[in-house]
Ligand binder design. Structure first.
Ligand code: IMP
Length: 180
Protein backbone atom coordinates (compact mmCIF):
# COMPACT_ATOMS: atom_id res chain seq x y z
CA UNK A 1 0.00 0.00 0.00
CA UNK A 2 1.44 3.34 -0.98
CA UNK A 3 0.11 6.75 -0.03
CA UNK A 4 -1.19 7.32 -3.54
CA UNK A 5 -3.60 4.37 -3.29
CA UNK A 6 -6.25 6.34 -1.47
CA UNK A 7 -7.71 9.79 -1.13
CA UNK A 8 -9.46 11.32 1.87
CA UNK A 9 -12.90 12.88 1.51
CA UNK A 10 -13.95 15.28 4.25
CA UNK A 11 -16.69 13.84 6.45
CA UNK A 12 -16.80 16.03 9.60
CA UNK A 13 -15.32 19.55 9.41
CA UNK A 14 -13.18 20.72 12.32
CA UNK A 15 -15.69 23.50 13.18
CA UNK A 16 -18.42 20.87 13.68
CA UNK A 17 -16.12 18.85 15.94
CA UNK A 18 -15.33 21.94 18.03
CA UNK A 19 -19.02 22.84 18.37
CA UNK A 20 -19.95 19.30 19.40
CA UNK A 21 -17.15 19.21 21.99
CA UNK A 22 -18.55 22.39 23.58
CA UNK A 23 -21.98 20.72 23.89
CA UNK A 24 -20.57 17.48 25.27
CA UNK A 25 -18.28 19.17 27.79
CA UNK A 26 -21.29 21.01 29.26
CA UNK A 27 -23.13 17.70 29.72
CA UNK A 28 -20.07 16.05 31.26
CA UNK A 29 -19.52 18.96 33.64
CA UNK A 30 -23.15 18.61 34.85
CA UNK A 31 -22.81 14.85 35.28
CA UNK A 32 -19.64 15.26 37.36
CA UNK A 33 -20.50 18.54 39.09
CA UNK A 34 -19.17 18.57 42.65
CA UNK A 35 -16.30 16.20 41.86
CA UNK A 36 -13.07 17.04 43.68
CA UNK A 37 -11.10 16.01 40.56
CA UNK A 38 -12.18 14.13 37.45
CA UNK A 39 -9.78 11.39 36.39
CA UNK A 40 -9.78 11.51 32.58
CA UNK A 41 -8.42 8.41 30.85
CA UNK A 42 -7.43 8.76 27.19
CA UNK A 43 -7.21 5.62 25.10
CA UNK A 44 -4.07 5.90 23.04
CA UNK A 45 -3.31 6.65 20.43
CA UNK A 46 -6.42 7.73 18.55
CA UNK A 47 -7.94 9.89 21.30
CA UNK A 48 -4.97 12.20 21.85
CA UNK A 49 -6.36 15.22 19.98
CA UNK A 50 -9.93 14.66 21.15
CA UNK A 51 -8.91 14.49 24.82
CA UNK A 52 -6.76 17.61 24.45
CA UNK A 53 -9.67 19.62 23.03
CA UNK A 54 -12.24 18.10 25.41
CA UNK A 55 -10.42 18.83 28.66
CA UNK A 56 -9.79 22.43 27.63
CA UNK A 57 -13.56 22.92 27.35
CA UNK A 58 -14.30 21.11 30.64
CA UNK A 59 -15.02 23.42 33.53
CA UNK A 60 -13.90 20.90 36.16
CA UNK A 61 -10.63 20.09 37.95
CA UNK A 62 -9.08 17.22 35.97
CA UNK A 63 -6.25 14.73 36.14
CA UNK A 64 -5.14 13.13 32.86
CA UNK A 65 -3.83 9.64 32.37
CA UNK A 66 -3.47 7.35 29.37
CA UNK A 67 -4.01 3.72 28.60
CA UNK A 68 -3.06 1.97 25.38
CA UNK A 69 -4.87 -1.07 24.05
CA UNK A 70 -4.06 -3.02 20.92
CA UNK A 71 -6.57 -2.61 18.14
CA UNK A 72 -6.17 -2.59 14.39
CA UNK A 73 -2.40 -2.56 14.14
CA UNK A 74 -1.73 -1.42 10.59
CA UNK A 75 -4.74 -3.13 9.06
CA UNK A 76 -8.35 -2.03 8.53
CA UNK A 77 -9.82 -4.90 10.54
CA UNK A 78 -10.19 -5.20 14.31
CA UNK A 79 -8.13 -7.99 15.86
CA UNK A 80 -10.98 -8.56 18.37
CA UNK A 81 -8.41 -9.71 20.92
CA UNK A 82 -7.74 -6.72 23.11
CA UNK A 83 -4.44 -6.48 24.96
CA UNK A 84 -3.32 -3.72 27.28
CA UNK A 85 -0.04 -2.32 25.95
CA UNK A 86 0.28 0.51 28.46
CA UNK A 87 -1.60 0.70 31.74
CA UNK A 88 -2.56 3.74 33.81
CA UNK A 89 -0.01 5.24 36.18
CA UNK A 90 -2.64 6.45 38.63
CA UNK A 91 -5.07 4.59 40.90
CA UNK A 92 -8.78 5.00 40.16
CA UNK A 93 -10.32 3.31 43.19
CA UNK A 94 -12.99 5.63 44.64
CA UNK A 95 -12.41 8.21 41.88
CA UNK A 96 -14.70 9.83 39.31
CA UNK A 97 -13.47 8.55 35.97
CA UNK A 98 -14.15 9.51 32.35
CA UNK A 99 -12.86 7.12 29.69
CA UNK A 100 -12.23 8.83 26.34
CA UNK A 101 -12.16 6.79 23.13
CA UNK A 102 -11.79 7.83 19.51
CA UNK A 103 -14.14 5.33 17.81
CA UNK A 104 -16.43 2.57 18.97
CA UNK A 105 -16.45 0.10 16.11
CA UNK A 106 -16.99 -3.61 16.96
CA UNK A 107 -17.10 -2.58 20.64
CA UNK A 108 -14.46 -5.09 21.80
CA UNK A 109 -11.97 -2.43 22.92
CA UNK A 110 -14.48 -0.37 24.91
CA UNK A 111 -15.95 -3.49 26.48
CA UNK A 112 -12.56 -4.83 27.54
CA UNK A 113 -11.24 -1.54 28.91
CA UNK A 114 -14.51 -0.73 30.67
CA UNK A 115 -14.47 -4.11 32.44
CA UNK A 116 -10.86 -3.56 33.44
CA UNK A 117 -11.52 -0.10 34.88
CA UNK A 118 -14.72 -1.24 36.60
CA UNK A 119 -12.79 -4.02 38.32
CA UNK A 120 -10.69 -1.30 40.00
CA UNK A 121 -13.76 0.08 41.84
CA UNK A 122 -14.04 3.70 40.67
CA UNK A 123 -16.74 5.79 42.40
CA UNK A 124 -18.30 6.70 39.03
CA UNK A 125 -17.20 5.61 35.57
CA UNK A 126 -18.53 7.15 32.36
CA UNK A 127 -17.40 6.87 28.74
CA UNK A 128 -17.25 9.18 25.76
CA UNK A 129 -16.36 8.36 22.17
CA UNK A 130 -15.89 10.92 19.42
CA UNK A 131 -17.28 8.56 16.78
CA UNK A 132 -19.62 5.60 16.81
CA UNK A 133 -20.10 3.08 14.01
CA UNK A 134 -23.23 1.24 15.25
CA UNK A 135 -23.54 -0.90 12.08
CA UNK A 136 -20.27 -2.62 12.93
CA UNK A 137 -21.09 -3.58 16.52
CA UNK A 138 -20.31 -7.13 17.69
CA UNK A 139 -20.53 -6.45 21.44
CA UNK A 140 -23.67 -4.89 22.91
CA UNK A 141 -22.10 -1.74 24.30
CA UNK A 142 -22.39 2.00 23.80
CA UNK A 143 -20.49 4.99 25.20
CA UNK A 144 -22.43 7.33 27.51
CA UNK A 145 -21.68 10.26 25.18
CA UNK A 146 -21.07 10.09 21.44
CA UNK A 147 -19.76 12.94 19.31
CA UNK A 148 -21.07 11.69 15.97
CA UNK A 149 -22.67 8.52 14.67
CA UNK A 150 -21.11 7.62 11.34
CA UNK A 151 -21.77 4.95 8.69
CA UNK A 152 -19.52 1.94 8.14
CA UNK A 153 -16.61 3.85 6.59
CA UNK A 154 -12.91 3.78 7.43
CA UNK A 155 -12.04 7.22 8.76
CA UNK A 156 -8.86 9.14 9.54
CA UNK A 157 -7.83 12.48 10.97
CA UNK A 158 -8.21 14.37 14.24
CA UNK A 159 -5.92 11.83 15.91
CA UNK A 160 -7.19 8.76 14.04
CA UNK A 161 -4.82 6.94 11.70
CA UNK A 162 -4.62 4.56 8.81
CA UNK A 163 -1.37 2.60 9.27
CA UNK A 164 0.03 5.50 11.36
CA UNK A 165 -0.74 8.11 8.72
CA UNK A 166 -3.17 11.06 8.65
CA UNK A 167 -3.49 11.58 12.44
CA UNK A 168 -2.62 15.26 11.97
CA UNK A 169 -5.52 16.04 9.63
CA UNK A 170 -7.61 18.69 11.44
CA UNK A 171 -10.96 17.21 10.35
CA UNK A 172 -12.40 13.69 10.08
CA UNK A 173 -12.16 12.27 6.58
CA UNK A 174 -13.15 8.99 5.02
CA UNK A 175 -10.71 6.86 3.13
CA UNK A 176 -11.55 6.20 -0.51
CA UNK A 177 -9.37 3.85 -2.50
CA UNK A 178 -8.45 4.82 -6.02
CA UNK A 179 -7.11 2.73 -8.89
CA UNK A 180 -3.58 3.74 -9.81
P1 IMP B 1 -13.27 -1.83 18.24
O1 IMP B 1 -12.61 -2.63 19.31
O2 IMP B 1 -13.58 -2.66 17.02
O3 IMP B 1 -14.49 -1.07 18.73
O4 IMP B 1 -12.20 -0.83 17.69
C1 IMP B 1 -11.88 0.33 18.32
C2 IMP B 1 -10.58 0.86 17.78
O5 IMP B 1 -10.34 0.48 16.41
C3 IMP B 1 -10.61 2.36 17.77
O6 IMP B 1 -10.20 2.88 19.01
C4 IMP B 1 -9.66 2.70 16.64
O7 IMP B 1 -8.32 2.73 17.11
C5 IMP B 1 -9.80 1.54 15.67
N1 IMP B 1 -10.70 1.90 14.57
C6 IMP B 1 -12.00 1.55 14.42
N2 IMP B 1 -12.52 2.08 13.31
C7 IMP B 1 -11.52 2.80 12.74
C8 IMP B 1 -11.45 3.64 11.57
O8 IMP B 1 -12.42 3.85 10.81
N3 IMP B 1 -10.25 4.24 11.33
C9 IMP B 1 -9.16 4.07 12.14
N4 IMP B 1 -9.18 3.32 13.24
C10 IMP B 1 -10.36 2.69 13.55
Amino acid sequence: MSESDYVIDEMIPSADIAARIKELSGEIASEFSGTSKLFVVGLLRGSFIFIADLVRELDLPVEIDFLEASSYGDSMESSREVRILKDLRGQIEGRDVLLVEDIVDTGHTLNHVLNLLQSRSPAKLRTIALLDKPDRREVDICADWIGFKIPDEFVVGYGIDFAQRNRNLPHIGKVRFVKT
